[in-house]
Design a protein around this ligand. Structure first.
Ligand SMILES: NC(=O)c1ccc[n+]([C@@H]2O[C@H](COP(=O)([O-])OP(=O)(O)OC[C@H]3O[C@@H](n4cnc5c(N)ncnc54)[C@H](OP(=O)(O)O)[C@@H]3O)[C@@H](O)[C@H]2O)c1
Length: 326
């Protein structure tokens, strides 16, 4: 089969399209024919050797995929060849077929396409874990989402609306904000042309946002935190902007506010049942039309590097997928 392979930690353009042996499921595993693989910022970081985890070389990147089961190990009894599933694999999904632990597979309802399902585990899973388990966001609260048209950002916009929150989307262009509005954002801030703090004051008065979803970091974190509500929760999700910011510790003191770390990868490993419940809820919301994940571009395996490059250069809205058999 064909697989996109990383032979050295380097720029995405150094990935090569190799022919490799078909995967064979070990005990407890299944093989999935990949209809679509979700592409995420951490995939690009992993290829460049800048992620927390550096897999042994060579490896096939790609952490999530959806498609049809083509093989199951003898000890796997709850899944069958021919079923359509979504899997989280950490690596290996940018290929025609991928091996996954049977425990990491979820059967898809008919109403959910494989393409949409492939976008759910990481970005939507992170936003669910962040808003529900970490921030305890409740109906009527105001959520500020930075990088709101990105993978995690747009997922947070949709999930927060489903939970009944008021959502302020913040992003770098009018086009990106238009997509956020289409998916339920109640108000928008263009942080390329407007002052984040002034606009937050206009939009929330002296209250400020109750919860801040921050997958961007850099120069946005401190002004956002300075505007947070009394008792607010600032979710530290990632640093797509490049710089890891620091915060004067008098600020959380003065606001009675919390800075809350979010690490979905560890949550998924430590609390698989809770993560599975989130994924089931997401699939139900998609099937009911309550959330509508955006797949803004599809790439063949041979052009997988372009998907990673588009993410790194801020060109992606929502999610993009690799479709190895299209
Ligand atoms: N903690 C966790 O468990 C967890 C899980 C998943 C992802 N993450 C991290 O969260 C971050 C976002 O992931 P994602 O998948 O949502 O990425 P994404 O789809 O690329 O979105 C990131 C957003 O950040 C903004 N941004 C600002 N400066 C940027 C820059 N220099 N380069 C790229 N984007 C920039 C962009 O919006 P504007 O152009 O509008 O500013 C972009 O839409 C990454 O750092 C990722 O590693 C963490």
């Amino acid at each position: 089969m064909r697989a996109l392979r990383c032979h050295a930690f380097d720029q995405p353009e150094t990935l090569s399209l190799d022919t490799v042996p078909d995967p064979v499921p070990a005990a407890g595993e299944i093989v999935v024919q990949v209809s679509a693989a979700g592409v995420n910022f951490p995939d690009a970081l992993m290829v460049m050797g800048q992620y927390q985890v550096r897999p042994p070389l060579p490896f096939t990147p790609g952490g999530e995929a959806a498609g049809v089961i083509t093989a199951v190990a003898a000890d796997v009894v709850h899944l069958q060849v021919g079923q359509r599933v979504v899997v989280f694999t950490r690596t290996g999904a940018f290929a025609e077929r991928v091996c996954a632990p049977a425990s990491a597979a979820t059967i898809l309802p008919e109403a959910v396409t494989s393409e949409v399902a492939a976008t759910l585990p990481l970005a939507f899973g992170t936003a669910m874990h962040a808003l529900i388990d970490r921030a305890h966001l409740v109906k009527g609260e105001t959520l500020l989402v930075l990088g709101a048209s990105g993978g995690v950002g747009l997922a947070a916009v949709m999930i927060a609306k489903a939970l009944g929150a008021r959502v302020i989307a913040a992003a770098s262009s009018a086009e990106k904000l238009a997509v956020c509005q289409l998916h339920g954002a109640d108000a928008c801030i263009n942080y390329s042309s407007e002052s984040l703090r002034d606009r937050l004051k206009e939009l929330t008065g002296s209250h400020g946002p109750d919860v801040i979803c921050d997958p961007v970091g850099g120069a946005l974190t401190e002004p956002a935190f300075r505007s947070i509500a009394w008792g607010g929760r600032h979710l530290v999700i990632g640093f797509a902007g490049g710089a890891i910011p620091s915060l004067p510790l008098n600020l959380p003191l003065l606001k009675g506010a919390s800075v809350i770390g979010v690490f979905w990868g560890a949550f998924e490993q430590r609390e698989p049942a809770a993560n599975a419940r989130h994924l089931a809820q997401l699939l139900e919301w998609v099937a009911q039309g309550i959330i509508a994940p955006v797949v803004s571009a599809r790439y063949p395996l041979s052009n997988g590097a372009a998907a990673l490059r588009d993410i790194l250069e801020r060109r992606v809205v929502g999610k993009v997928v690799i479709t190895p058999h299209a």
